[in-house]
Design a protein around this ligand. Structure first.
Ligand code: URA
Length: 193
């Protein structure tokens, strides 16, 4: 059923469309289950992701797992996780526009094959890729629903690395806002199933 995804993954492992292939250890295609209604799109693989070939396995990923677990969602059962680009940029810099363009075909295949009903745009890089006309910063638009591909609902959420830098749980702070957003996501998810 998801043969197209497998073909894209194998092609991506051999991909040399941008210079990042020269410095990657492993290409990072996705994690979680493919038959899901919920997709999360992050920015780009970091050090640990590049080593293991899996998205969100470092400190940011551990926090992300906790955030999902707090509303009873897990990677193993409920979420398909990927990034805007599949190879690690040196020193974890933001992906360059030409890298995002070169890698876009893989993200498009993921979106077209899975047709997720809910898409979470995790951080500013993912927002720029899927909502290129939005100029407001993530702080303004997080927690709002936007129209996505194939009738999906898309919500920008803070990137967990931002939450690691802003650890306060106080009302109104980024972590507190994230917990409001994830509850809204769970509500929408439950309405689908
Ligand atoms: N940050 C991301 O955006 N993606 C990852 O896979 C890991 C860290």
């Amino acid at each position: 059923m998801f043969e197209e995804l497998e073909i894209a993954k194998n092609k991506c492992a051999e991909c040399q469309k941008c210079p990042l292939h020269k410095t990657r250890t492993k290409m990072v295609f996705s994690d979680g289950i493919p038959n899901t209604k919920l997709m999360l799109i992050g920015e780009a693989p970091g050090y640990y992701e590049d080593q293991q070939g899996k998205p969100f396995v470092g400190r940011s990923g551990q926090l992300l797992d906790k955030i999902f677990e707090s509303v009873g969602l897990s990677r193993e059962k409920d979420i398909y996780i990927c990034n805007t680009i599949k190879c690690r940029p040196p020193d974890n810099r933001n992906p360059l526009p030409e890298e995002k363009l070169a890698c876009r075909e893989y993200l498009d295949i993921q979106l077209q094959t899975l047709k997720p009903k809910i898409i979470l745009l995790c951080g500013a890089v993912a927002v720029q890729s899927l909502l290129p006309d939005i100029t407001s910063g993530i702080t303004k638009i997080r927690g709002q629903w936007f129209n996505g591909p194939n009738g999906a609902k898309m919500m920008p959420i803070f990137h967990p690395s931002y939450l690691l830098r802003n650890p306060s749980h106080e009302v109104g702070k980024p972590k507190w806002l994230m917990w409001q957003d994830i509850q809204e996501v769970k509500k929408a998810y439950d309405e689908l199933t």
